[in-house]
Design a protein around this ligand. Structure first.
Ligand SMILES: [Zn+2]
Length: 309
């Protein structure tokens, strides 16, 4: 299950990154169209062209296109109040300010994140179904949950433990073994696998959770003196994991600025820089140039900070 969970994590990251790249394309197109004062029908057609080519490449970005169109509609209403023949560069500045007011960058980042997260959940559901089937086929009833040193607070109490399949009484036919399992479950206060992956713990099933389970041999679990040995034997103890957030978070606490959090800040400023650059290519607006300079400044500032940690 570990390799599947790692794969899901990487697929999610890749999808989220690709959607952000698509975002730059959609918003730059809308921006260009608005400056050229195209009508909504023409803007819609331009967005459709990107959706079709994205779909051909397997990147389902239609929701990003829908978002771009809605922004275009709202911003167009605003710029329609300006007379025709208004200077492109001034119009571009007004549109860009509108984009900032509408938080286009943050909103589209969230959209990319949510979409890839939904897909992550679907993939995880499949992995759970597979392991439950494996339990039944191989007549194994115990699941060991991995342990991560930088585990999220709400998972600390549940990681590194043994869980039992709630169907164990029908999986196991042998009466002697059944008795041993029943005894083990009671003596060690073992919860069920189906409980821990559901409400309220959501072990592995919650977005961003990198825990994973391994089905162990029944006898290995019954013989083991403690789970620590099982974790070690199965290489299920990890020093550091990884996390990713969609918004540029800052904190007043200095201790919050760990290597991981600072790397996240830098990553997000880099994404914003790419976003601004894609707009600047359309129209060389001084306002966007300043936004680009600010992004670069912040990237430098945090990169320097990172080197000192
Ligand atoms: Zn977790």
């Amino acid at each position: 299950m570990k390799s599947q969970m790692d794969l899901i994590y990487h697929q999610k990251k890749k999808q989220s990154n690709n959607l952000k790249k698509a975002r730059n394309n959609y918003i730059a197109t809308v921006y260009d169209d608005l400056i050229k004062r195209k009508n909504l029908k023409q803007i819609h057609a331009d967005i459709q062209k990107i959706i079709v080519s994205d779909n051909n490449e397997g990147l389902n970005s239609s929701m990003m296109g829908e978002y771009a169109y809605n922004v275009a509609r709202r911003v167009k209403r605003k710029i329609d109040t300006y007379p025709m023949g208004y200077e492109a560069i001034l119009l571009a500045e007004i549109i860009f300010k509108r984009f900032q007011k509408e938080k286009v960058f943050t909103e589209t980042n969230t959209l990319a994140y949510d979409t890839s997260q939904k897909r992550e959940e679907e993939r995880k559901t499949q992995v759970i179904e597979d392991i439950e089937k494996q339990a039944f086929d191989e007549k194994k009833v115990f699941y060991l949950c991995s342990e991560h040193k930088d585990c999220a607070l709400d998972h600390i109490d549940y990681q590194g433990k043994i869980y039992v399949d709630d169907r164990w009484q029908s999986i196991i036919q042998d009466d002697v073994l059944k008795g041993m399992i029943a005894n083990y479950v009671i003596m060690n206060n073992i919860q069920t696998f189906q409980w821990v992956i559901g409400r309220p713990v959501w072990m592995t099933t919650r977005p961003n959770c990198r825990h994973f389970f391994k089905l162990l041999n029944n006898s290995d679990v019954l013989k083991a003196k403690n789970t620590r040995k099982l974790l070690k034997k199965n290489k299920m103890y990890f020093a550091v994991g990884r996390g990713e957030t969609q918004s540029i978070n800052h904190s007043t606490k200095k201790s919050w600025y760990t290597k991981e959090n600072v790397e996240n800040i830098i990553r997000l400023y880099r994404e914003r820089l790419e976003f601004h650059k894609s707009l600047y290519e359309v129209q060389k607006v001084p306002l966007i140039k300043r936004a680009i300079e600010k992004d670069r400044l912040l990237i430098n500032k945090w990169t320097t900070y990172l080197q000192k940690i």
